[in-house]
Design a protein around this ligand. Sequence first.
Ligand SMILES: Cc1cc2nc3c(=O)[nH]c(=O)nc-3n(C[C@H](O)[C@H](O)[C@H](O)COP(=O)(O)OP(=O)(O)OC[C@H]3O[C@@H](n4cnc5c(N)ncnc54)[C@H](O)[C@@H]3O)c2cc1C
Length: 415
Amino acid sequence: MDLTPPSSIGLVGGGLAAFWAAQTLRAQGYDGRLLLVTDEPHAPYDRPPLSKEVLLGTRESARTELLGPELVAELDLELVLGDRVTDLDVDSGRLTLESGIRVPVDRVLLATGGRARALRVPGADLPGVTVLRTREDAERLRTLLVAGGPVVVLGGGFIGLEVAAAARALGCEVTVVEAADRLLARAVPATAGEQVARAHRASGIRVELGLGVATIAGDDRVREVVLTDGRRIAASCVVVGIGMTPADELARAAGLEVGDGVLTDAGQTTSNPHVLAAGDVACSPDPWHGGRVRVEQWQSAQVQGVAAAHTMLGLAPPAPPVAWFWSDQGEVRLQVAGVPARGRDVVRRGGDGDSCTLHLDAGRVVGAVSLNRPRDLRGAMLLIESGAVVDPALFADESVDLRRTARATSPSGRR
Ligand SMILES: Cc1cc2nc3c(=O)[nH]c(=O)nc-3n(C[C@H](O)[C@H](O)[C@H](O)COP(=O)(O)OP(=O)(O)OC[C@H]3O[C@@H](n4cnc5c(N)ncnc54)[C@H](O)[C@@H]3O)c2cc1C
């Protein structure tokens, strides 16, 4: 492959990152061949509703589609469904598909996402034990939940807690088992994790912390979960939500640099200048803590897909927006913006079920965590973006509208 402007681009994987890359390539004027290969039987679709509306039955899984036939035609996209890229030859610039098709490409985007991490204990393969990553997983899980439980969720991370909340809303008896001593340990400050735990317990979910799973027991299907302290919990459905592993095997086989995912620079280029990676599979520079980080969030997959498209066309990627993610867990809408861990001082607004904490460093807001306070979160994001120094006492005052404060302090007076 040479580095002249591309006339043929291959997008490997049909998730959010590839979807945004395809849209951006065309929006930026790319008029060459554009191929998207996904091993799923569906065109790119959105995963967040799978653990929320699809489980609750308020949205059909088919309604998560991102890329309908009209948009495929508009983008002049060659969409290959249900086939897998099995080889990436970086020297000759060729993709080989499981079906035997070989496609020459000038640039490749690896947007292969990841797979739900499997639980390695006896009984983990019993019918009724499932993960949640795909549309099919969500449909299968909904059938299990509608049958009534009891449900045991292994893992107190975002997906596990969203499933637990949906199962509870459907009337199931639910137990969440988390090995760490608190929920959401990797993602939010301790106080927010504790608030979330209280909210779930108040809704009737049992939350067991600091415990693992010894075995899953059953006969023709799962019957109970045996915890590491010997207790047995009845289960007709066990949901394994213990994280994901990046689908980086193509990159490894192609000799690209791989760590926790495919290593890239800030423009999403891998160790080979013709190959880029974006989304859950990419491990990209961490502007705040140095080194690289692999992020498993919707906004990051979108931003990196857009950035990769720019880089492929020799354009500078847009400046990244303030990082943000959300998780809807029954009555709890959790939102996190910026990097709360960078804050030295914390100011809190609101009470237990409804709060927003602002995390400040030298008077500047650098992160925020909101439980059911989306308006405050939006204000906090503007404050993070503006970088203005504001008196923390102002934030503690409930009558102060954060968005107005942000507008007033923004150097450009924007918004
Ligand atoms: C159930 C669920 C709920 C979520 N909820 C939220 C939320 O509320 N908020 C939030 O911020 N984030 C959420 N996320 C995370 C967010 O959806 C992901 O970060 C995002 O989907 C990642 O997109 P991606 O394109 O990198 O990867 P993926 O969406 O995983 O797409 C990768 C695709 O590539 C395919 N593929 C892999 N290897 C090959 C190959 N060799 N050849 C062809 N195809 C291949 C895969 O099958 C898959 O279709 C959720 C994720 C899940 C699973």
